[in-house]
Design a protein around this ligand. Structure first.
Ligand code: ADP
Ligand code: MG
Length: 298
């Protein structure tokens, strides 16, 4: 049975009459067992409500995005399994960043289906709501709070409150302290907790920003060219970090650096002209004649 046969029935349920408000009862940063305290009500989408019974956590079908008639995504179909780490490669302009923009609600799809799990229609939510549903996204350029310490950056990200002066002064609950400590260990910055983020090396900043996503415990992580500008050593450290995260989150990594892809890849998707050109192991796509022609052979 092909992947798309397995997935048949996606989106087949009738759409509710009116779009739900983009207000979700699941508060990012709450531990999974805090549902009762968070007051998750019937009819609201909780993060635990992501239905991955068909294995797939992220599903795109025939997604098209046009800019002034130019199709940056052209009937793109893509499916990510729950817990998978997928690398997406492709020449400049292939549509890789646009794919992340459309998943996160930064850009609207003109056509096509976008689902989180089996039932959550992402086209019905705006960008902040999609983040709250458990999709974390890292842009190429690190966006840490330079004047704040490593610890404060993680604290701010965990509490996710724009009123940072209030946030910094509110005492952390013990589960929040535990989570920050766990993330610090995961991203290898436990020795830098008091350092202002602006003083970190580029590779450390990139890991801190991944940590700022991890404190939210996202189900899906989208990373756009995370090793750009990194030294070989920093690149190796990031590969180690991603290998640690494997299976704990579902991850999509867009990357040009083939040595890095080789260190982390399971399945690789090649995008070209807004659609999937090939999919398979790195060796399979490297030896695919069409891929060699449009991309690797250049
Ligand atoms: P990639 O990340 O694979 O390099 P992008 O997704 O950034 O590619 O871009 C795909 C194509 O869409 C490119 O030709 C790019 O110029 C175009 N594009 C992306 N965003 C916009 C936009 N906001 N307006 C117009 N064209 C855009
Ligand atoms: Mg890009």
């Amino acid at each position: 049975m092909s992947m798309f046969e397995r997935l048949r029935g996606f989106g087949a349920r009738p759409a509710p009459a009116a779009a739900e408000p983009a207000v979700l009862d699941w508060a990012p940063g709450l531990p999974h067992d805090a549902g009762g305290h968070a007051g998750i009500g019937a009819g609201h989408i909780a993060r635990e409500g992501i239905d991955t019974s068909h294995k797939v956590i992220l599903y795109l079908e025939d997604v098209t995005v046009s800019f002034d008639g130019f199709k940056a995504l052209n009937a793109l179909s893509f499916a990510l399994d729950d817990g998978e780490l997928r690398c997406v490669i492709g020449p400049n302009g292939a549509g890789k960043t646009t794919m992340m923009d459309v998943i996160t609600g930064k850009t609207r799809a003109d056509e096509g289906k976008l689902f989180l799990g089996q039932t959550i229609d992402l086209t019905r939510y705006d960008e902040p709501a999609i983040a709250t549903l458990g999709i974390g996204r890292k842009f190429q350029k690190p966006t840490v709070f330079e004047r704040h310490s490593v610890f404060e950056n993680l604290e701010l990200a965990l509490k996710n409150d724009k009123r940072w002066w209030k946030t910094i002064n509110a005492r952390l609950k013990s589960w929040q302290e535990d989570r920050i400590a766990a993330v610090l260990a995961t991203i290898g910055l436990a020795g830098e907790v008091r350092r202002p983020a602006g003083m970190l090396a580029h590779g450390q900043k990139q890991r801190l920003e991944i940590g700022m996503l991890l404190v939210q415990d996202p189900r899906v992580l989208l990373l756009d060219e995370p090793v750009a500008g990194m030294t070989d050593e920093e690149t190796a450290e990031l590969a180690t970090l991603l290998n640690t995260l494997r299976g704990k989150h579902s991850i999509v990594v867009v990357e040009h650096d083939m040595d890095f892809v080789a260190r982390i890849s399971e399945r690789v998707t090649v995008l070209h002209e807004g659609r999937v050109l090939a999919e398979g192991t790195l060796d399979e796509v490297k030896n695919d004649a069409t891929v060699v022609e449009v991309y690797l052979g250049r």
